[in-house]
Design a protein around this ligand. Structure first.
Ligand code: 5GP
Ligand code: ZN
Length: 114
């Protein structure tokens, strides 16, 4: 398989600002932050995107949401609010083919998104 950027980040072969890690997931700061808080939560397992999820990934996906709660607390947006985004495919602008959840916050976010 071709080298995957986020697998490389998870394996710490490429530098990133890791803010959380456990046996299943890694969270790190987005290199081009779109808000004062912009963190990406990824599974350590390579899954290319939402459309590649399998039944056996249910717990992992749920875990990503639970981890987002802790990160929201850590970055002081738990009370004021934050947004979780998972882009899928070209129309959504998915740029990295390793499933990732964006956690955005620290400012008022517009709705609908662009
Ligand atoms: P997508 O558009 O696929 O939903 O989001 C990919 C995100 O990955 C973008 O927000 C982009 O800024 C971020 N990103 C791309 N390359 C890197 C990198 O090398 N390091 C980090 N920390 N973030 C990256
Ligand atoms: Zn990967």
């Amino acid at each position: 398989m071709e080298k995957c950027l986020f697998c490389e980040i998870a394996e710490k072969r490429i530098d990133s600002k890791i803010v959380y890690e456990d046996e299943k997931v890694v969270a790190f700061k987005d290199i081009y932050p779109q808000a004062p808080v912009h963190v990406l939560i990824i599974p350590k397992k390579h899954i290319s995107g939402v459309t590649s999820l399998e039944e056996g990934d249910r717990e992992l996906v749920g875990h990503m949401f639970i981890v987002s709660q802790q990160l929201a607390k850590d970055f002081s947006v738990y009370q004021c609010g934050f947004r979780l985004i998972v882009n899928s495919g070209p129309d959504a602008g998915q740029a990295v083919d390793h499933i990732h959840m964006h956690l955005l916050g620290g400012r008022t976010l517009q709705w609908p998104p662009g």
